[in-house]
Design a protein around this ligand. Structure first.
Ligand code: URA
Length: 233
């Protein structure tokens, strides 16, 4: 890999800022100053440093975020803070959220740059379960479980796949769906004549929101969580 790409990947600066640093003699490879941006380095064996401080190369990163409200599920936005902005300890600059939660939805969001894993989690063919905690403005019809189990017709006439409803109080509970249509949970409840007033994702496939993560907090996935995700096939 070229030295300037290595440094840009690790967020040291843009490609041109990085070239400037290299030309100024601020970068060392294995202790020797290198002034050529096109110099090849091996991320696994070469030690690259900036002003004598080592910059480890990280290829793939995985974070669990407990998304707060008011933050958008995007990588950049002109008006709002993004979920990627919240991950302030990231090494890579190419992280993105796996799927989207609405601006007013909270809860589990995986932030990574692993394209294969993203595909496996989001592919409609894989039927990955996602569980949401839901609160509504009005009492939820008592036959919600049966109706969601056979699928409900949304306002645009599409039929949802079977989903599982576990009632908790008369206006709250947990819904597990396998699809990811736009505003799906809110639209499923709208089909029952009630409005979702609070929505929080609790699980995605084998991943469960860590109860120790406060709203807005994040942490790297554990080896075990990563292993389970990779077993998804
Ligand atoms: N369904 C919704 O309506 N909103 C979300 O953010 C996620 C699922």
């Amino acid at each position: 890999m070229r030295l300037d790409k290595y440094l840009a990947d690790m967020g040291v600066g843009t490609r041109s800022q990085v070239k400037e640093k290299i030309r100024k003699g601020l970068i060392q490879v294995n202790g020797q100053v290198v002034r050529t941006p096109e110099q090849k380095v091996n991320p696994e064996t070469d030690q690259v440093s900036l002003d004598g401080k080592p910059i480890g190369y990280v290829e793939l990163e995985y974070y669990m975020l407990n998304k707060p409200q008011g933050v958008v599920s995007a990588t950049t936005d002109r008006h709002y803070t993004t979920v990627v902005d919240l991950i302030d300890t990231k090494s890579r600059k190419d992280l993105y959220p796996v799927g989207r939660l609405d601006i007013d939805t909270e809860g589990l969001l995986l932030i990574t740059n692993d394209g294969d894993l993203t595909h496996r989690l989001l592919s409609p063919k894989k039927h990955v379960d996602k569980t949401y905690y839901v609160e509504t403005d009005l009492p939820i019809p008592t036959d919600a479980g049966e109706r969601f189990a056979v699928g409900v017709t949304l306002e645009d006439d599409t039929l949802t796949m079977p989903a599982k409803w576990e009632s908790q109080t008369e206006n709250s509970g947990r819904l597990t769906i396998q699809e990811g249509k736009f505003h799906q949970v809110k639209r499923m409840f709208a089909a029952l004549g009630v409005t979702v007033t609070f929505l929080k994702r609790l699980t995605m496939g084998p991943l469960q929101l860590d109860p120790a993560l406060e709203t807005g907090a994040f942490r790297p996935l554990t080896e075990e969580e990563l292993q389970r995700l990779k077993e998804l096939g």
